[in-house]
Design a protein around this ligand. Structure first.
Ligand code: NAG
Ligand code: NAG
Ligand code: NAG
Length: 651
């Protein structure tokens, strides 16, 4: 655990408007479906992400650097990050290129090893994960919550207790950085240096998001033109030369990368099996069955995927299932995105991901009313009175930002409407932890006291000075870049590549689209915009998919899960009866047990199953009646995971 925490510190999103949860909050991947052009404008919302505690910093654990690994076309894992293994897998940038030439991509991969050796008969395989985004780092995900995911999917029995003939299975958890993201190379940057990027982001926040003022649309448009034309040129190459990264970081090639990772993992497993068999035969006499070799054998071109994707990760999973329907062993789609909405967003009409966002916000007022005195912004008169009071604060802030005097810890600040909208949006993603904080902020604002929000804003900034190395190497050099700061821009690039309709929208079309989203959600409609690409999805898969969604989710509504279930025959929707984004928003033993059973045996829950969560916002335990000894371990793991903020990306 210590290791995991130390890693969080290297992640810049940490710090947030919600400091109480800062130690482990992850805010990763949540909001995504829609915001391309707009997303970049909306950039400051990632400043919401809560901060890591200084005392979790442990520099010695992070000595490993990716550049020490030479990329190879087979998997060569080496130890990294204390208890993990890392590899860089080389794949063609363009899979359609048949001459074997051309640019290569080196995919960064981190494996949390299973609790049994890969050669053990109880080894269940490698579960590939994706945290969402698009543009989320699977490396970061496995480092932060890999152990929790493993606790969920692994058999309950302690693997050191060896039983004969058990059907218990134990899994590797494998995260990877998709093309264009974090440690996967080549990377790209829209800025000549991290210093220039930070300056841009400060201005973006200061100017306010779309909807923050009369002039906000035009200014946001202009800023996105300035940013995106530069980004696009960094992602393209001159005609007739090499492949352009910008044309090969969309989702279908990443689905193909998944296939490659799992085949290469099997190749690696086979090698381990041969070594282990020899060792076994030498020590214990020759095994005529050669059973280790047999069970670890690489079924070339026939290996099947084990996968757990969240949010945008469900786009990747269902894209894979469409492209390679006979290569599926287990797929869990968590917070299901409707592929039509994702690839087709920007099309006039139709619903977008945010249709349920305002209903999630209504639950804020509902729970606040229930909690009464325990809710800082409670007023008598029921949920509608609380909502009215909240909106009055919001409208006052729109008309006039609140000045906050300097303290010994920070300079003067202005707290703006944009800041409150960002706080609101983050709260909708992870209500359990952040509704109470939002209530606290609003209560302060109602009294003209924005100091808590000003402190949070300040904590979230991570200014950067031009380094000597960067000055020596010159603008655009690797020395001037910080790959892990590129998340939002990678997200936009992937989104645009997937749904080029968005990229092609003109100002008037975008405005229309913006109005439609606002009509769907006044809470976060301002943030949302999307894309287009049309090909048929779905189909019969070699094993049915398990789809999991919350009753109310601000960006991946339950209806999307039901719609996707229709196009994948045999799949089942498991409903978690809570608010927020993905199963990470609230712990549910019932959901976790279903996911475990699915990975262990392939069995799906009965259609129509609804799982109650154990926790609700403002109110602690609602249903911790009969927790068994076995579930205790699982419960602790869930609690730990759900305190991790989700990250900065929309989906
Ligand atoms: C904000 O300004 C609008 C337009 O002048 C006004 O109608 C509204 O009452 C103001 N809101 C607050 C809370 O002052
Ligand atoms: C403003 O709120 C902060 C906590 O959020 C509190 O410490 C401070 O005393 C408040 N200031 C005033 C003038 O009430
Ligand atoms: C990028 O990867 C590193 C590990 O190499 C990880 O610590 C960091 O959190 C990742 N960055 C992001 C933004 O996820």
């Amino acid at each position: 655990m210590k290791k995991q925490q130390s890693l969080q510190v290297t992640d810049r999103q940490d710090a947030g408007y919600f400091p109480q949860f800062s130690t482990e909050f992850l805010w990763r991947k949540t909001l995504r479906s829609i915001m391309l052009a707009l997303m970049v404008i909306a950039l400051p919302w990632w400043w919401m992400a809560p901060s890591a505690n200084a005392d979790t910093i442990d520099v010695t654990e992070t000595e490993f650097t990716w550049s020490k690994i030479t990329p190879s076309s087979s998997l060569q894992y080496q130890d990294c990050f204390g208890g993990f293994q890392c590899a860089r897998l080389e794949v063609p940038m363009d899979y359609h290129r048949s001459d074997g030439q051309g640019r290569r991509v080196a995919i960064a991969i981190t494996r949390l090893p299973a609790k049994v050796p890969v050669t053990d008969s109880r080894y269940g395989g490698a579960i590939l994960i994706n945290p969402g985004g698009p543009g989320g780092s699977g490396i970061s995900q496995v480092l932060r919550i890999g152990r929790t995911l493993q606790t969920i999917v692994d058999a309950e029995t302690d693997p050191t207790i060896v039983e004969e003939e058990t059907s218990d299975r134990y899994f590797d958890i494998v995260g990877f950085d998709p093309r264009g993201v974090n440690n996967t190379t080549p990377g790209f940057s829209c800025f000549p240096s991290i210093f220039a990027q930070k300056n841009w982001e400060l201005q973006t926040q200061a100017e306010g998001m779309l909807g923050s003022s009369e002039g906000s649309f035009l200014r946001s448009w202009q800023r996105s033109v300035a940013l995106n034309t530069g980004c696009s040129s960094r992602l393209s190459t001159a005609p007739g030369t090499q492949e352009a990264l910008g044309e090969h970081l969309n989702t279908p090639p990443v689905a193909r990368d998944l296939l490659e990772i799992m085949e290469r993992h099997a190749e690696w497993r086979e090698k381990q099996g041969q070594v282990e068999q020899q060792r076994h035969d030498r020590l214990l006499g020759c095994d005529p069955q050669q059973s280790i070799v047999r069970r670890t054998a690489w079924k070339r071109g026939q290996e099947k995927l084990l996968y757990w994707g969240r949010s945008y990760g469900t786009v990747l999973g269902s894209t894979f299932a469409t492209m390679f329907p006979d290569r599926i062993h287990r797929i869990v789609l968590d917070a299901v995105v409707d592929l039509d909405v994702y690839y087709g967003s920007g099309r006039p009409g139709g619903y977008s991901g945010v249709v349920d966002a305002d209903a999630v916000f209504d639950r804020f007022t509902f729970y606040c009313d229930q909690a009464a005195a325990d809710c800082p912004c409670y007023v008598g008169g029921g949920p509608s009175a609380i909502k009215k009071a909240y909106l009055a604060v919001e409208s006052a802030l729109y008309n006039a930002s609140l000045p906050v005097t300097a303290t010994s810890m920070r300079g003067p600040e202005l707290v703006t409407w944009t800041d409150l909208k960002i706080a609101q949006r983050v709260a909708l993603y992870q209500p359990l932890h952040t509704f109470p904080l939002l209530a606290q902020y609003v209560n302060g604002l109602a009294q003209g006291n924005a100091s808590a929000m000003a402190d949070a804003k300040h904590r979230l900034r991570s200014p950067s000075c031009p380094s000597l190395d960067c000055e020596g190497a010159g603008p655009w050099s690797a020395q001037c870049q910080v790959p892990s700061e590129n998340e939002l821009y990678a997200s936009t690039a992937i989104f645009c590549a997937d749904a080029d309709r968005l990229a092609r929208m003109n100002q008037a079309e975008l405005k229309q689209y913006w109005y439609e989203r606002k009509a769907e959600s006044s809470a976060i409609g301002d943030y949302w915009a999307s894309l287009a690409l049309e090909w048929p999805y779905g189909g019969h898969t070699s094993h049915p998919l398990l789809l999991v969604s919350n009753t109310l989710d601000p960006v991946t509504p339950l209806r999307s899960a039901h719609k996707m279930s229709q196009i994948f025959p045999g799949s089942v929707v498991l409903q978690q009866d809570s608010e927020g984004h993905s199963t990470a928003a609230a712990p549910s033993l019932c959901v976790s047990r279903s996911i475990r059973r699915y990975f262990q045996t392939g069995e799906l829950p009965a259609p129509g199953t609804v799982c109650a969560p154990e926790l609700r916002p403002f109110i602690s335990m609602v249903g911790m009646r009969d927790i068994s000894a076995g579930d205790h371990h699982l419960w602790n793991a869930l609690l730990e995971m759900e305190q991790i903020p989700m990250g900065v990306l929309p989906l």
